[in-house]
Design a protein around this ligand. Structure first.
Ligand code: BG6
Length: 615
């Protein structure tokens, strides 16, 4: 989720670009840069880390000009560093590009460019694009003509912007896929572009929004639009945007948490990009995973670690990996593991799940395992975080920055990545046949559509949350793959609504939990039509026999459950192993609306932090 800004007009672009990037800081980033084009020259300044570092670099080596582009990078390919920061320039340093998204086929595109003698200075996928544009400009084409010929070659990209000395005073910006917003701002004798509204609001409220497959040709005197597929002119409405800055950062959602819940279809798509080899159907992770097939075959034990929500993902990972790869797995609470003098055996892999990559308990547990000789693999969202530096292998979540303290999209990304990882292990250990793997992967690629459909249920879940928002206690029941889902549902409700909520394995009810059941206790039961369905139906009967109130999560096609629960929330059908990534959605929305109805600060719950980096 990188940030893009651009300016062309009569003012000095540099300060305008930097301020625009500041307005996009909430999106999270790990490096930043600007490119300024003036009087036949093009200059770039870039810096790793926060914008203040870029400001310092610009102060040391000032640059100014009347047109330019700027970028904050959320790294996906290539670690955070100055040379991986955008903008990237071509061999002659006369054209610059900035990019948001992932170019899935950049390896295929890069090879012939290297053959042709192009010199690359970064390990990013983005740099390929500016060398392709360089080749088109060398044929005497305009910058927009060049872009129209290059962009259709890219797979998976989202949004890009270019400037060039060869076509001065012009920015060319394109939105390729849904993920990459590109907005044009109209000023008096000046024009702007940005990836999000907050970067434009102080200059103008008159904006046009590119749709996927559109390109904008931006000059100080005006903007024209063209269709990517054939270059045909496109008419775009000019809208008058009345948002204030804060609501703009949330894209109009009331809270970052809700925005992040709604980003999940794209997050799951981004999580899957480039992870299944087309020909073989094998799962393969990018170059931060160095685990060899031989090492996978030799693994004797996995230990999965995670705090809070990440810990529930770890539990789901245990079920997935034991089911598909038949490797013994244990799940550990990091703050316990680090002090209990754990035993590490040869050929053990310790797997850490951590969105921030900075949770001190998780890091300490990783260090303890490493000290005893374990190999470390971590699932992390934030590139360059400590966990990524500590690990031998890293699988990135590609969830984009998660601002809300309560983790939602990162949790879903962990579930999908663990699902892929279990398939990855099973394929290499010969415990998972080709057909079954293909079916499991087909279901994963269908998941974004199902999440979209399930999100339509929000009004129904909001009504449910309002009906039960005064209850002081809640119980969440689940079995099998959705036992972790029950734990996560209770966790979310606790951390957001400040109500007590307990998640438990439904089979444990008769060993004590039944004592809690009465008409004041809403019980959320996850009863999807999978291998645990019959048992869950009995548990629901047990609750209702004691006058308990049952809110059942049920499969779309389940008619039997009608009349068997006080409330029913429908969940689309998918395979049992993938169902936690769907079943958790209504529970996140339920917790969100109970908390919101209570007037709690949803994004910053009391006493909690997004990442606990201190003891
Ligand atoms: C807690 C957060 O502080 O840390 C949870 O409130 C999160 O949402 C947990 O799951 C672990 O954080 P991380 O960054 O290690 O996944």
């Amino acid at each position: 989720m990188c940030g893009i800004v651009g300016y062309v007009g009569s003012r000095d672009a540099t300060p305008l670009l930097v301020n625009g990037l500041r307005r996009l800081e909430y999106r999270g980033y790990d490096s930043a840069g600007v490119a300024i084009q003036e009087n036949g020259g093009l200059e770039i300044r870039r810096a790793e880390g926060k914008l203040d570092n870029l400001v310092r670099v610009i102060a040391e080596r000032p640059l100014s000009g009347r047109s330019g582009i700027g970028h904050t990078r959320w790294a996906t390919h290539g670690r955070p560093s100055e040379q991986n920061a955008h903008p990237h320039v071509d061999c002659g340093a006369v054209t610059a590009v900035i990019h948001n998204g992932i170019i899935e086929n950049f390896h295929d595109l890069k090879a012939p460019l290297v053959e042709a003698g192009h010199r690359f200075s970064s390990e990013t996928d983005t740099e390929v694009v500016v060398h392709l544009v360089e080749q088109e400009l060398a044929q005497g084409r305009t910058l927009d003509e060049a872009a129209l010929r290059v962009l259709p070659q890219l797979e998976g990209a989202a949004a890009l912007a270019f400037i060039s000395v060869k076509d001065p005073g012009k920015i060319v910006a394109a939105r390729i896929s849904n993920a990459g917003a590109v907005i044009v701002g109209y000023g008096e004798g000046e024009s702007f572009i940005a990836s999000d509204i907050p970067a434009l609001l102080e200059h103008t409220r008159r904006m046009s929004f590119l749709d996927p497959g559109e390109l904008a040709v931006v000059t100080a005197t005006g903007v024209t639009f063209r269709r990517l597929e054939d270059g045909a002119p496109v008419e775009k409405a000019v809208q008058d945007i009345q948002w204030d800055l804060v609501s703009a950062a949330k894209s109009g959602y009331k809270h970052f948490m809700l925005k992040e819940i709604y980003e999940q279809p794209r997050v799951v798509s981004d999580t899957l990009i480039g992870r299944v080899e087309r020909e073989s159907g094998r799962v393969a992770f990018d170059d931060d995973l160095k685990l060899t097939d031989a090492q996978v075959k030799g693994l004797r034990r996995l230990t999965l670690l995670g705090c809070g929500t990440a810990g529930y993902a770890a539990l789901a990972g245990k079920y997935l990996i034991e089911r598909l790869a038949r490797i013994p797995c244990d799940v550990e609470i990091p703050s316990e593991y680090r002090y209990r003098e754990p035993v590490v055996v040869p050929d053990q892999l310790v797997v850490a799940l951590t969105q921030s990559g900075e949770t001190v308990d998780t890091l300490a547990a990783m260090q303890e395992a490493k000290r005893q000789g374990a190999r470390l693999l971590s699932f992390v969202n934030v590139m360059g975080s400590q966990a990524t530096r500590l690990s031998d292998d890293v699988i990135y979540l590609h969830a984009g920055p998660e601002i809300s303290v309560a983790s939602t999209k990162a949790y879903t990304a962990m579930l999908v990545d663990l699902y892929l990882f279990a398939i990855f292990l099973g394929q290499r250990r010969g415990t998972l046949g080709k057909e079954k793997a293909a079916k499991l992967l087909a279901d994963a690629f269908h998941l974004p559509t199902l999440i979209d459909a399930l999100l339509q249920e929000e009004p129904r879940i909001r009504a449910l949350a309002y009906r039960y928002h005064q209850a002081r206690d809640f119980l969440f029941l689940g079995r099998g793959m959705n036992y972790p889902t029950a734990l996560e549902g209770a966790h979310k409700l606790k951390e957001l609504s400040y109500s007590h909520a307990e998640g438990t394995a439904a089979g444990e009810m008769k060993h004590g939990i039944n004592a809690l059941i009465d008409e004041s206790l809403p019980v959320v039961a996850i009863a999807l039509q999978d291998s645990t369905y019959r048992k869950m139906r009995s548990n629901i009967q047990e609750v209702r026999a004691r006058a308990g109130v049952v809110i059942a999560l049920a499969s779309d096609g389940d008619e039997e459950i009608e009349g068997q629960a006080d409330e029913i929330v429908r969940v689309p059908d998918t395979n049992e192993l993938l169902s936690p990534a769907l079943a958790v959605l209504p529970l996140h929305l339920f917790a969100y609306h109970v908390a919101d109805r209570r007037g709690n600060d949803v994004d910053q719950p009391r006493n909690l932090a997004k990442s606990v980096t201190v003891e």
